[in-house]
Design a protein around this ligand. Structure first.
Ligand code: KG4
Ligand code: ZN
Length: 365
């Protein structure tokens, strides 16, 4: 089965083709047209601007994908279904992917599979790398950390998600982005802070670890972000809003990045480990854009290995942590599989007609 997958939920336009034979998944093609340069000017995503860029990029990317993978761009011959991220995300951005996918499904007479973007991030943990195909052992605990979400999710079987905790305010990625803005670093903040933090002292600033001791599995990052704002203001008291660019010493910025990153990671790791123990999970997955962070990957891997018996730890290759269409294709495949045991194209068309597909910006898992 070959699936054409489309992702436009935020600021990356991505198209992929994945193939599944038996239980073997193969990403035949995955391309991401990043809008980072565009959003650097505003130090964040302006939904209208993102949607316009998706509009410009999407059809040419699908055409390029058809040429590489050798399916017929005019008839869709060579692919069996289209999977598209229908939510959650920015509605203007989602609509571009969803309406394009619906139009192609109608033109090509193909089934179209709606995919939840967070579910897709979770499925990114089984995308093969270096010819190794990871396999989930249930129950699974997923820490999904992105620019819009910070959630701990329990999975007892495919597509049965139970959220056990989430952020009460900012998402982890959002906190990285906002702290970068305070420190006058480029967008997106995550990779910039990670790069700068490498040479810093994580203990230089005693930033709070919000909710680390709370009995639930929720998170809060806005207080941590504010603590960075006040720390930076101390060194540039007259700036409104306080900005650290006034701080002469670069060392302070480096230490602030390092201390902030450590505080965020401490909370994420502590709650994930507690949940992994309480629910006796057999697999822990770390997914979403923030999962690209090397210190988070290393720290969580180490702490998981210390649990007895230790669950397996799955984290996608970095290119599959941030938004991509390959993960939409994989989640799409399991969505079909959960409803339909045989791969019958007529039945697929009946269950997944284009008329049923709608973008839903607030789709909860
Ligand atoms: O999953 P994603 O690409 O998009 C959303 O679904 O939101 O995540 C993007 C987020 C951004 O906030 C970005 O700053 C963060 O992931 N991010 C990182 C790193 N790379 C991306 N955060 C920390 N460290 C990184 N290396
Ligand atoms: Zn995402």
């Amino acid at each position: 089965m070959k699936i054409l997958a489309i992702e436009t939920s935020c600021d990356e336009t991505s198209v992929a083709v994945i193939e599944v034979k038996g239980d073997k998944i193969r990403v035949i093609y995955n391309i991401v047209a990043s809008q980072i340069k565009l959003h650097r000017k505003t130090k964040g995503v302006v939904p209208e601007v993102a949607a316009r860029a998706h509009l410009e990029n999407l059809l040419p990317l699908i055409k390029q994908c058809a040429e590489k993978v050798k399916f017929d761009f005019k008839t869709g011959k060579g692919i069996d279904a289209i999977a598209v991220a229908t939510g959650p995300g920015l509605i203007t951005a989602l609509l571009v992917g969803v309406e394009t996918a619906k139009t192609l499904a109608l033109l090509w007479n193909k089934p179209i599979i709606p995919v939840n973007h967070i579910a897709a991030h979770i499925y990114s943990s089984i995308i093969p790398s270096d010819n190794f195909q990871p396999k989930w052992k249930f129950p699974i605990l997923a820490l999904a950390v992105s620019g819009g979400h910070t959630e701990l999710i329990l999975i007892k079987k495919h597509l049965q998600f139970k959220k056990i905790g989430a952020t009460l305010d900012d998402a982890a990625g959002e906190a990285f982005d906002k702290v970068a803005k305070i420190l006058d670093l480029p967008y997106p903040g995550g990779p910039e802070i990670e790069k700068i933090a490498r040479t810093g002292d994580p203990k230089a600033f005693q930033f709070p670890r919000p909710m680390i001791g709370s009995k639930d599995y929720n998170f809060s990052f806005s207080g941590l972000k504010t603590a960075v704002l006040y720390a930076s203001a101390k060194f540039a008291p007259k700036a409104h809003p306080p900005r650290v660019e006034k701080v002469k010493s670069e060392k302070l910025t480096i230490d602030m990045c390092s201390s902030f990153q450590q505080a965020a990671i401490d909370v994420l790791v502590s709650k994930t480990i507690r949940a992994a123990k309480e629910f006796k999970v057999k697999t822990v997955c770390l997914v979403g854009g923030v999962a690209a962070n090397a210190l988070l990957r290393q720290t969580l891997a180490k702490k998981i290995s210390e649990i007895t018996p230790a669950p397996q730890f799955l984290v996608p290759e970095k290119k599959y942590c941030t938004d991509n269409a390959a993960m939409i294709g994989v989640a799409g495949y399991f969505t079909v599989n959960s409803k339909l045991k045989t791969q019958n194209s007529k039945l697929m068309l009946k269950i997944f007609p284009w008329e049923k597909i709608e973008a839903d910006a607030n789709w909860e898992l």
